[in-house]
Design a binder for this molecule. Structure first.
Ligand SMILES: [Mg+2]
Length: 144
C-alpha cells in the first residue's frame, strides 16, 4: 500500500501495527527490506512490544532482540517509546512524518493487560476473552 501510494503520487501515509510475536515471521523482514529499498518514508510501523505471545515470552519462544538494531540495519528510522504514554505516542507519530527517504518504526514498550491486576503480563490472556465476572472486575480496576 505504501509503495502503491508512492507510485501513484497519492501522498497517503500507511500505518502498520505489528505484535512482537508476529515479527518472528519471515515475511515481516522481507517487507521491511522492501520498505527500505523503495525508500517508503510514508510507512510507519508500530511494534507492540509487550514481550508476550500466545506461547509465552517472546524472548524465550524466539528471541527478536535487539529489535532497534535489527530495524536500523534494515534501513529504518527507529523511535523507542513507552507505549502507554500518549504524549510519547503523539510525538513519535509527528517525528515519523518528518523522516525522509526511509521508513520509520516506533517500538512501543507495553505491558499486556496493563491496569488489570490479574491480566498484567499474563500470556494466557493473549487469545481468550474474560468471562462476565472477570470483565466486571477488570472494568472496576480500569476505572480507578
Ligand atoms: Mg506481543
Amino acid at each position: 500500500m505504501a509503495l502503491a501510494s508512492k507510485l501513484d503520487h497519492e501522498g497517503v501515509r500507511v500505518y502498520c501495527i505489528c505484535g512482537d510475536g508476529e515479527i518472528e515471521e519471515g515475511q515481516i523482514w522481507e517487507a521491511a527490506m522492501s520498505a527500505s529499498h523503495y525508500k517508503l518514508d510514508n510507512l510507519c510501523v508500530v511494534i507492540d512490544n509487550n514481550n508476550l505471545q500466545i506461547d509465552g515470552q517472546v524472548d524465550k519462544v524466539m528471541n527478536i532482540y535487539p529489535l532497534d538494531q535489527k530495524f536500523k540495519s534494515f534501513g529504518f528510522e527507529v523511535i523507542k517509546i513507552d507505549g502507554h504514554d500518549m504524549n510519547q505516542i503523539i510525538n513519535a507519530f509527528n517525528k515519523a512524518k518528518t523522516i525522509k527517504e526511509k521508513p520509520t518504526v516506533i517500538i512501543a514498550k507495553t505491558i499486556k493487560g496493563k491496569g488489570v491486576s490479574f491480566m498484567e503480563n499474563v500470556a494466557d490472556w493473549h487469545g481468550k476473552a474474560p468471562n462476565e465476572e472477570e470483565y466486571n472486575l477488570a472494568m472496576q480496576e480500569l476505572q480507578k
